[in-house]
Design a protein around this ligand. Structure first.
Ligand SMILES: Cc1ncc(COP(=O)(O)O)c(C=O)c1O
Length: 384
């Protein structure tokens, strides 16, 4: 281990503050380090590996595609890309799709589309939002620490207070191209946008003609107990961005739009070399097939509810939906999230902190009640 830590210092740009573990392989909800120690994973590559590690159907389908064709370029037609777009039509209700390689790229493309089709420049984002690290996505990301060193970013961008309808009404206007919203904020610690706030966004959209962009990079593909978090609100955004769980860890991102938006986009206005290549698209199709066949969206709701109850038994006040949960630490544990995450790692449970006081849980959607009970015993031993 020491040799690996030393090597990283020598060869890697120090962007990540890593935990002291080196994983070798995974199976289901479990990861294994090089010493063969197993860990129950409540992070899933940050809400990515929803179908669990080494799923046999996934391995089979991706291997099959790997042997046939990995990449050819978007200069040509490929069928996995079109099959995926067709499938996404069914599960999102949106009409046309574009594929890229990550969440931040999806947001980047969506912002470009919003400016192009509205002819307007201004974006509204929410306080505490996270939309990615590239220049456009960073411009609508709240945290100053992420943004400040890289200014000037794109403008104008205004941040609206979270769930504050008065502030929203003050900030949206005729110059607004789009409002970008995570229906449940993930990176800031799992905070749900209120129904009332969403309702007013859509009312204002009618009045002022901006686009509503839901960033479902973290909430998409069943994570919250519905295919997309928009379904909890019964609304259809103009644009949805997606990534993370879309292909169970094979890099892919996507933008979905309504028909009238697609009609106003012109040739060569956006693109990607790797985006939507046959390998990534077949991995995404396999992921969706498994989510459907194994009823994992329903499982996220059911087991998520059970996990919430067990966390309440431990005295926490968890928030979130499905298997996207967060809770704050209190009393003697206040501001000790880093310590808790390290302790639980030692005990064989992988947790994630989003701040020094907030723990986030985004396990694979195949999680079983028995595994929740296993985690409960570890948590009990830490918080007692
Ligand atoms: C809501 C949301 N949007 C965008 C991103 C950026 O995605 P990526 O890290 O794949 O670029 C994230 C990543 O955490 C996210 O949670």
């Amino acid at each position: 281990m020491e040799a690996i830590f030393k090597k990283e210092k020598e060869v890697f740009i120090p962007f990540f503050n890593r935990l002291p573990v080196v994983f070798e392989k995974g199976k289901g909800c479990w990861l294994f380090d090089y010493n063969g120690k197993r860990y129950l994973d409540f992070v899933a590559g940050i809400a990515c590996v929803s179908i669990g590690y080494s799923h046999p159907t996934f391995v089979e389908k991706v291997t099959e595609q790997l042997k046939k064709l990995v990449h050819v370029s978007n200069l040509y037609y490929t069928t996995p890309q079109l099959d995926l777009a067709e499938k996404l039509r069914e599960i999102t209700g949106l009409s046309k799709f574009f594929f890229c390689n990550s969440g931040t790229e999806a947001v980047e493309g969506a912002l470009k589309i919003a400016r192009k089709v509205t002819g307007k420049k201004k974006f509204i984002a929410l306080e505490n939002s996270f939309h990615g690290r590239t220049m456009g996505a960073l411009s609508v990301t709240w945290k100053e620490k992420f943004r400040k060193p890289f200014e000037p970013l794109i403008s104008p961008v205004e941040f609206c207070k979270f769930n504050d309808i008065n502030d929203l009404e003050k900030k949206v206007d005729k110059e607004t191209a789009a409002i970008i919203v995570e229906p449940i904020q993930g990176e800031s610690g799992v905070y749900e946008v209120s129904n009332g706030f969403i309702e007013v966004i859509f009312e204002k959209r009618e009045e002022l003609g901006f686009l509503v962009l839901f960033d479902e990079v973290q909430t998409g593909f069943g994570r919250t107990g519905k295919w997309f978090a928009k379904d909890h609100f019964g609304v259809q955004p103009d644009i949805i961005t997606m990534a993370k769980a879309m292909a169970s860890g094979i890099p892919i991102g996507g933008i979905g739009v309504k028909d009238d938006i697609a009609e106003r986009i012109e040739l060569s206005e956006h693109g990607s070399t790797f985006g939507g290549n046959p390998l990534a698209c077949s991995a995404s199709l396999a992921t969706i097939e498994i989510l459907e066949k194994e009823n994992l969206v329903e499982n996220a709701e059911k087991v998520g509810y059970y996990l919430k109850k067990r966390l309440e038994e431990l005295g926490f006040n968890p928030r979130g939906k499905g298997l996207m949960l967060g809770f704050d630490l209190e009393g003697e544990y206040k501001n000790k999230a880093v310590e808790i995450v390290k302790k639980s790692l030692e005990k064989g449970l992988i947790l994630n902190y989003t701040s020094e006081n907030t723990i986030r849980l985004v396990p694979p959607l195949i999680l079983k009640k028995e595994e929740v009970d296993y985690a409960f015993e570890i948590l009990k031993s830490i918080f007692s």
